[in-house]
Design a protein around this ligand. Sequence first.
Ligand SMILES: Nc1ncnc2c1ncn2[C@@H]1O[C@H](COP(=O)(O)OP(=O)(O)OP(=O)(O)O)[C@@H](O)[C@H]1O
Length: 706
Amino acid sequence: MSEPRVRRAEIAIEQSHVDRVYTRLAELRAQAEAMRTKGYELGHGAQREAVFEQASMLFERDMMVFHANQTLQTLDAEYEGLVFGRLDHLSRETIYVGRLGIRDAEFDNLVTDWRAPAAAAFYQATAEAPMEVVRRRVIRCSGQTVLDVDDDVLIADAVPQDMQVVGEGALMAALGRSRGEKMRDIVATIQREQDEVIRAPWRGVTEITGGPGTGKTAVALHRAAYLLYRYRRQLGGAGVLVVGPSGAFTNYISRVLPSMGETNVELRPLGAILDGVTAVRQDPAPLAAIKGSLRMRRVLLRALRETPPGVPDEMRIVYRGEVLKLRGKELEKVRRRVHTQGGPPNRSRVRAAETLLAALADKAEENARADGRSVDREELITELGERIDFHRFLVVWWPVLYPGEILRWLGDRNRLARAGKGVLTAPEIDLLAESLTDPADWTVADIALLDELRVLLGPPPKRRRRAQRLELDAAPPPRGTDQHGPQRPEHYDEYSHIVVDESQDLSPMQWRMVGRRGKYASWTVVGDPVQSSWPDPEEAAQARDQAFGTRTQVRRYTLRTNYRNSAEIFDLAAKVVAGHAAEGELPHAVRTTGIAPDVRTVDQRGLRDAVGTAAKELLDAVEGTVGVICSMARVPEITSWLEDNGDERLKVIGSLDSKGLEYDGVVLVEPTELITESTTGRRVLYVALTRATQQLTVLASDQDWL
Ligand SMILES: Nc1ncnc2c1ncn2[C@@H]1O[C@H](COP(=O)(O)OP(=O)(O)OP(=O)(O)O)[C@@H](O)[C@H]1O
């Protein structure tokens, strides 16, 4: 048979299996529906029964409905390409690999879940170590239709007469496909080096490093899905948290886990880790460096011990006809005494009352001594401690404190100078105070400070918590990959597994914030040191190790193949960091397109037209998305330039926000500006240059960046 006819025949064979799978899926769905209906009927019946019977019937109803709903949720996930692989073993046994396991009515396997041990050979078998697999086949579907098949022969001399082999390079085909708004899963083409990381043991810390486009993010997400499948009992209840650099990024990856049937994972950008407040604005690099530094912990601690603005600076109370008076300095001394005993201020009001009463007793004794009298201390303390005017004073003088409020105080330069004395330099104090004067709008770096303050202050009394919420921000916290995610208590800190993506950019204070959520967790940590924009890597490493706990075992993996960029594009990016990356730190790009990056010198006055033209050219040239990447400062301007374009595939994005994202075509505007905007500018430019899968146009008014 000719190659196209063989291919057609093989596609037809796979189509008939895929049809069986979808028929079975419909049956399972109908069964789950029926179970749910029956559960509800049981609930209605219960109303007529005696109380004891009623309770047990309602329990049974809840269990039935719960299980039915879970099954339906799994079956209803968007299974694009439910079946994507097939293994033909030496024993002539065949298994199909797919996004979930399905058995027929006789309990025979129709599809094996890709995470099951039996499917591991689909990713791990090679010609050198074939694991008894003669032929590995990737099946590409659209909806329920098989479009194509692609085979690898692993034991060439064991191919039976009647076994056909078609195609070449399912991976290359997948890599060449156009990109959409959201990242796709890679279950059909996971590579061996990636599979090893995905299936690594779950305990301790698994660290994944590698250059841009090596699939670190994809691997970390598949690992989360794998761990939940294999260790659901250990991990499922407490939950998995995935932390990404920005909302654009978490949105970009949001479809990957649901496409594998996992909805029980929370995705949160760094600006939305703290419940009740969401920040998207980034600080300029020098400011972010101050806010992220561990030194801020001392500054915050001192700030919250200061006298709150606006509290009374004198106390007067009448005791048995005599006025007892504490002046400003004396009150401050009392406040200091309470703080030096430690403990979060919101938990210290009782201690504050005791210390204040002791100071009043001292005062009364002092007065009495002058008149040659004596005072019964015990009596005074008991009597004043029960007085309403004493308590009225106490609540204003020792108010409940909220994180947002303390950070706002630091917008007052004098206050910040006192709190930062010997810790921050004068220029740092100027910069920080200025940034905190506009409190309405928190930045991403502020969130870690607010979270630190939350812990340092301690929880406000219960009935005040609502007020604290409003104090932080009225926006509801982002929850999970979708609304089906579990409802967890506020400031939940018992995740069983935490995935941190783009970890090279977490500041020490952010590590503390994330670490707090995983006191008992195992970790998957993804990063590329060469892409780091953090100025003090050592301090960050220290905070990071602390987040993991001291005796945690760390497993390290490095991915070395760049699957995103064409070799032509990556070559240019590599030039930009030459001398900034160690030998062997840069990955190897496997795909060539024959299209070199287009570097254009433009006149600054003509920039607007040049951007418009380049964007339009790329939109015409590629099928998927086009990103216009520029310095953070230029985003509003360029967005307005392209407003009239109207093509949904076109996005304008600032350099720092482009982390982790990718586009088929990229227009990179004024590369030198990316370098000068940040303290680690070359690395930021390197990140931006490695976002394109197919075509890259660089528009530069100078050649300094090269
Ligand atoms: N085995 C694979 N099969 C198909 N596509 C893959 C494979 N591995 C990676 N890719 C694709 O390569 C691209 C880059 O992957 P990913 O974003 O996970 O890389 P990364 O290492 O996190 O990159 P960066 O550090 O630059 O953000 C994605 O489009 C991903 O789907």
